[in-house]
Design a protein around this ligand. Structure first.
Ligand code: SF4
Length: 345
């Protein structure tokens, strides 16, 4: 049986060292070489005794690496990275720059089961969950090509909370002081609002920021845009978010994609304020980024500004996010757009 050492937390590597009759501190060397120095050759981790390295290799241990197949750049500075997984599936990650802020947006699944109708990834067949190693390696590879980032968002292809165990393992790895040392305040996990894992997340010893794809303040419109909302009403979602906020003290970000004639009316803005009234929250209004076959149109910019101003007047912290990276299909909701039409029906 083979073991990908990149997929293990430091505690799990310490167990592995102990079970081989070695000192657990050797796991720290192994972890640091993999997650800080980006080493993929076990034989080059020379602080480990040669006999231990040989034993690990003999037992089928290895350190995986994604294959970076293509890099694309938009004139606005956004970059998109296409990775090929060992089984041939493709995933995408994005690097965004905004003055001194560099943010990486990474994927957690190949395809997505949630089927949001305004999102290209949601139109792809679900292929599989990524391993924690495949999640963290997107960060390492982009950083080795372009330098360090300050922020990380789990907002690429896939629903992170639908791959809960591997996503939590990846957070543990990226947060570790002997590895990439990314502070939880610099990590945002985006979800379309699956409530049970939100509660499980609150019970962890570390808590990322949460960004919730809301897109409507009424169940009927939300179900039309997001099929998963038929199982998770807004009432249930808000209850789970209040619980997360009570347990963690974290402010919640809501993502709201502005869609012409669907969710951009003054009535929708009032409902939104009513719905989120008692939460410590802020809202990102996102101009819809169409993809081939998308059934919706973006709201006109003037209507987005009016919607934002209603929210702001009521005291809601609101940011408008206009298109970034559209020329390379790297904008929010466009990942996987180039795979549409290539997949078998
Ligand atoms: S918006 Fe997120 S959860 Fe919805 S289909 Fe796209 S990737 Fe999946």
């Amino acid at each position: 049986m083979t073991t990908d050492l990149k997929n293990k937390t430091r505690a799990e590597l310490a167990d592995l060292a102990s079970s081989a009759g070695r000192k657990p501190y050797l796991a720290d060397y192994l972890f640091t070489f993999i997650h800080q120095k980006n080493e993929t050759n076990l034989d080059k981790i020379t602080p480990l005794p040669k006999s231990f390295r040989e034993e690990l290799i003999g037992r089928g241990s290895f350190i995986s690496a994604l294959s970076l197949t293509q890099t694309q750049s938009d004139p606005d500075g956004t970059m998109k990275f296409l990775f090929s997984l060992p089984d041939g599936h493709g995933i995408e990650a994005v690097r965004l720059t905004d003055s001194n802020r560099i943010t990486l947006c990474i994927s957690t699944q190949a395809g997505c089961r949630m089927g949001c109708r305004f999102c290209a990834t949601g139109q792809l067949h679900f292929q599989r969950n990524l391993t924690a190693a495949e999640i963290v390696d997107q960060v390492y590879q982009i950083e080795s090509a372009c330098g360090r980032a300050n922020n990380l968002v789990y907002m690429g292809m896939g629903e992170p909370l639908d791959n809960f165990d591997e996503v939590v393992r990846s957070l543990d790895i990226l947060h570790d002081p002997k590895g990439r040392r990314l502070g939880m305040r610099h990590i945002t996990l985006s979800t379309c609002g699956i409530t049970e894992p939100i509660r499980k997340l609150a019970a962890l010893r570390f808590h990322p920021r949460l960004a919730v794809s809301l897109h409507s303040a009424d169940d009927e419109t939300r179900c039309q845009l997001m099929p998963m909302a038929r199982k998770e009403s807004l009432g249930r979602l808000l209850e789970a978010l209040r619980y997360y906020q009570d347990q963690t003290g974290r402010r919640i970000t809501f993502e709201y994609c502005m869609i012409d004639g669907i969710n951009d009316t003054p009535q929708q803005a009032s409902r939104l304020l009513l719905l989120l009234g008692d939460l410590q929250a802020n809202i990102n209004l996102i101009e819809l980024n169409p993809f081939p076959g998308c059934p919706y149109l973006p709201s006109p910019p003037s209507r987005i500004r009016k919607f934002a101003s209603r929210l702001e007047k009521a005291g809601m912290e609101t940011v408008i996010r206009f298109k970034r990276g559209r020329s390379i299909s790297a904008a929010c909701g466009q990942l996987g757009a180039e795979q549409l039409g290539k997949q078998p029906s």
